[in-house]
Design a protein around this ligand. Structure first.
Ligand SMILES: Nc1ncnc2c1ncn2[C@@H]1O[C@H](COP(=O)(O)OP(=O)(O)OP(=O)(O)O)[C@@H](O)[C@H]1O
Ligand SMILES: [Mg+2]
Length: 252
């Protein structure tokens, strides 16, 4: 289980203080969790705090009861960043070996394992090509592959379907469902509602750093299209803020 408790992230000081994640509290215990929100809502910030790339200003994040930034939790986590960074002169397979070594996997060359992963994400044929020759979609797949290199139980994927063509999206969604059937858990940042409807067991909606909803997709939709409910929820929150601001104006 992934547990967020009072997680807050602020940037700046004094008058410039900006809280981008605000008292985020949630338990995630489903195979595929879709985390939805507009650009700038706070999805990447929450994911980076979870995998230990950013420190929360306040609050805690736990994975199976231990702090998510501890070595015990990190060994269970795979992370695919929004914009993966690659060493362009490495081949796909070299890159996986490099990432594996970063995780502390010893000297032994696990070539067979890397090949299996590359097959899984559909770039096996390009395994010996330098990354500089990869297309955007191939890079995205390699980013996905590196998240699998330590055989993680929990996968944090930040918009993994970005840049893929329709067929590629379909393939990657099938990969995610296969990972789910292997018993892995996926936390998926996205703003593509259709993908959430198709593969997610639960959805969370974040808006301006605040969690607006978490739970079943069907329950959230209540018979309406997800897009309509999403827009309703997000604009409802905005109207709520506006109402509050109007009330304050009246007071002053
Ligand atoms: N280093 C930083 N300093 C100041 N503000 C930041 C920093 N990093 C992110 N932010 C702000 O935090 C907010 C949340 O950003 P975040 O990247 O988490 O959004 P997101 O939901 O992932 O958006 P997108 O869908 O565009 O990827 C944004 O308003 C962004 O400007
Ligand atoms: Mg993001």
């Amino acid at each position: 289980m992934i547990s967020f408790s009072g997680v807050t992230k602020s940037y700046g000081k004094g008058k410039k203080l900006r809280t981008v994640v605000d008292d985020f509290t949630l338990d995630v215990d489903v195979p595929i969790f879709g985390f939805l929100g507009q650009n700038g809502a706070g999805k990447t910030t929450i994911m980076k705090m979870t995998v230990g790339l950013l420190m929360p200003t306040a609050g805690t994040i736990g994975i199976d009861g231990v702090p998510s930034q501890s070595a015990a939790a990190k060994s269970k986590i795979g992370f695919m960043p929004e914009t993966p960074y690659f060493y362009e002169r490495m081949t796909g397979i070299d890159f996986l070996r490099f990432c594996d070594e970063l995780y502390g996997s010893p000297e032994k060359d696990h070539r067979g394992r890397y090949e299996t992963i590359l097959k899984k994400v559909g770039i096996f044929e390009a395994r010996s090509q330098e990354i500089r020759t990869y297309s955007k979609g191939m890079r995205q797949r390699l980013g996905f592959a590196q998240a699998l290199v330590n055989d993680p139980e929990y996968l944090f994927l930040d918009e993994p379907l970005d840049g893929l063509d329709p067929l590629g999206r379909r393939e990657m969604k099938a990969v995610m469902l296969r990972l789910k059937s292997e018993g892995r858990k996926i936390f998926l940042n996205t703003h593509i509602l259709y993908d959430v409807e198709e593969i997610c067991d639960e959805v969370g909606i974040i808006h301006e750093g605040k969690l607006l909803y978490a739970g079943g997709v069907k329950e959230f939709c209540a018979g309406k299209p997800l897009e309509e409910r999403f827009v309703e929820t997000v604009t409802g929150a905005k109207n709520g803020v506006r109402r509050m601001e109007n009330e304050l104006l009246k007071i002053h």
